[in-house]
Design a binder for this molecule. Sequence first.
Ligand SMILES: NC(=O)c1ccc[n+]([C@@H]2O[C@H](COP(=O)([O-])OP(=O)(O)OC[C@H]3O[C@@H](n4cnc5c(N)ncnc54)[C@H](OP(=O)(O)O)[C@@H]3O)[C@@H](O)[C@H]2O)c1
Length: 294
Amino acid sequence: MTRKTILITGCSSGFGRRTALDLARRGWHVLGTVRKESDGASLVQEAEQQHCGYNITPLLCDITHGEQIEKLLAEVKDILLAEQPTSRGETPHLDALLNNAGTAYGGPIELMPLEDIRAQFELNVFAQVAVTQAFLPLLKVARGKIIFVSSISGRISVPVTGVYSASKYALEALGDALRLELAPFGVRVSIIEPASSPTSIWRTSLQRSFEHIGDASENGPYVRLLKMAEKSAIQSSQTGFPVQKFADTVVRILESARPRARYGVPFSASLLMTLRRLMPDILWDRLIRLAMRW
Ligand SMILES: NC(=O)c1ccc[n+]([C@@H]2O[C@H](COP(=O)([O-])OP(=O)(O)OC[C@H]3O[C@@H](n4cnc5c(N)ncnc54)[C@H](OP(=O)(O)O)[C@@H]3O)[C@@H](O)[C@H]2O)c1
């Protein structure tokens, strides 16, 4: 029997890396994108230590570059055709796609450089669509699964993470429409909405965006807000729910015959999102301003 195959974007670290290793251990063939060869080598090395190196194939791709996605598609087709001899000459099948790669630029909207806002949308929205469009023919053959990685910020927008939220709200809308558009083809679409987890996203993305914003002391009333956001980014990089819970959720979706449309991780994230939906804006704003002392 051929191994089931999943394409995961952003496997150098965090959720993508943990999920790649977890699925490889479970016998999936993981095609994992990375942007640096050294990240691919270290991923395979870690998988080898866990005796599943043969189940991971790292592939180079910056998903914000169309020509790199085309090259990735050609490489994936070659790999699948070699594994699926019956597909020779036909479109090979891909069982699942985990659209995981993403970033989080933060800051008060007034101070954020427009180019950072565009870059946020380029990766968190347009690149997700580009990868999905490219691999859909292969997923349709398999009647496979697509998983988008949104965030609790895809349902709740608060100061400093407004632009990140906007990109994840857009992703939620795309996921909802795609779920319905692809239903007749048997392709299932699910959205994972994680709360904070200690991955490198907080260090690499949020802190970099604080640098772009410049010296907080020049930014008047935003100083306090920026300092609080920086503190919360540092906290998020140390605490939050265990990364393994994310991988467990992906496994749940892949093993389910009828996966749900949405998965809040952990469960308390779902509760918070429900609370936000039910609470009048005026009350919610008061709570957030109290919590952020803003
Ligand atoms: N951690 C959290 O608390 C949290 C909460 C909610 C949602 N999320 C979402 O979870 C997803 C994964 O994030 P993470 O927390 O695991 O962060 P992470 O450790 O920083 O992983 C992000 C991954 O995306 C890759 N990536 C960045 N830009 C890329 C590009 N242009 N092309 C291809 N790959 C690119 C990174 O590769 P490089 O190493 O090459 O940069 C890395 O592998 C993101 O979509 C994020 O929004 C995270």
